[in-house]
Ligand binder design. Structure first.
Ligand code: NDP
Length: 304
């Protein structure tokens, strides 16, 4: 049997990162998790790291601010997956000098398709493109994972911003709610990501996670929820113009989030293109049909 890649996960204590650690261990990879001295006395994080250790992961101390510590960490592995929080991601040249496959912290909308994105939300895409450019300029083998919408944020709120528990009374639709988006269970994102790291078909490619049954409009998601609770929600609607003008006066972070929702829910930026080989795109659900992904219907049952 071919030897499985050794993996270092940076950001392993994060929302997505902890799922990546778990999926990597389940798939039998020797798994290293970066333990940053910066976490100080954050007892929850330390406990989480210890639980990874118990499950067979190796903790390696290192910081993105300490070059040598990172070099030591990445020397031990074949693949680095970064899932650090979006706002912190910059071009970390340090990792790029080494010959390993790198999966930068992406896991959302494909930034290469967001040149037209609005301010200030475009910062996420611009930053992710800066990292891509550095990776490609340095000829680092890579895989970009475009994971579309995290289910916990988007399904929990019936695609409404600022709420992550579905209402049993009412919902505000973006326009007529008919624009298609794509939602993925975070544990499935982790599984597909780990599947991709030893796969030559994903080398230097963008892996799009598009579970066929989860390509749904906001209205279709609301209907699934209505079916589950056996009740119709009161529906109102907000136009794109109203939505964008409601950004004024919001905090910077809120405005960034609103722009992302605008592109997903009004423009349909996740599902309005075909994945093509000539664009270096591949589709995770086609590559790994053995993964039984969680459908929107199954995911939403947990809110009952
Ligand atoms: P989290 O905010 O949960 O991740 C925090 C992690 O980042 C922690 O492990 C933390 O490590 C690490 N971290 C924070 N600052 C630094 C730093 N300066 N140096 C090194 N590590 C640092 O992230 P998410 O899981 O929410 O996001 C991961 C990716 O997923 C991002 O690229 C984000 O854009 C994307 N995303 C996509 C969404 C979607 O719907 N598609 C939704 C949300 C995120 P430590 O514990 O050591 O401090």
């Amino acid at each position: 049997m071919e030897k499985k890649s050794k993996v270092l996960i940076v950001g392993g204590t994060g929302y997505l990162g902890k799922r990546l650690v778990k999926a990597s261990l389940v798939e039998g990879h020797e798994t290293y998790v970066l333990y940053r001295p910066e976490i100080g006395v954050d007892i929850e994080k330390v406990q989480l790291l210890l639980s990874f250790k118990e499950q067979g992961a190796k903790l390696v101390t290192g910081s993105l601010h300490d070059h040598q510590s990172l070099v030591n960490a990445v020397k031990q592995v074949d693949v680095v997956i970064s899932a650090i929080s979006g706002v912190h991601i910059r071009s970390h040249q340090i990792l790029l000098q080494l010959k390993l496959r790198f999966l930068p912290s992406e896991f959302g909308t494909d930034p290469a398709r967001m040149e037209h994105a609005l301010e200030p939300g475009r910062v996420t895409f611009d930053d992710k493109m800066v990292v891509r450019k550095a990776i490609e300029d340095a000829n680092i083998p890579h895989t970009y994972v475009s994971a579309n919408c995290f289910a916990g944020y988007f399904l929990g709120g019936l695609y409404q911003l600022g709420t992550i528990m579905p209402s049993r009374d009412s919902v505000i639709l973006y326009g007529d709610g008919s624009v298609k988006a794509i939602t993925v269970d975070e544990d499935d994102i982790a599984k597909y990501t780990i599947k991709s790291i030893d796969d030559p078909r994903t080398l230097n490619k963008t892996v799009y996670i598009r579970p066929p049954e989860n390509i749904l409009s906001q209205l279709e998601i609301v209907q699934i929820w209505e079916q589950l609770i056996g009740k119709e929600l009161k529906k109102s609607s907000i136009s794109a113009e109203q939505f964008l003008s409601s950004m004024k006066g919001q905090s910077y972070a809120e405005q960034v989030g609103m722009v992302h929702y605008y592109h997903v829910c009004f423009e349909g930026c996740l599902a309005n293109f075909e994945i093509k080989e000539e664009d270096d795109g591949v589709e995770a659900c086609k590559l790994y049909p053995e993964v039984k992904y969680t459908t929107v219907y199954q995911y939403m049952k947990r809110y009952l």
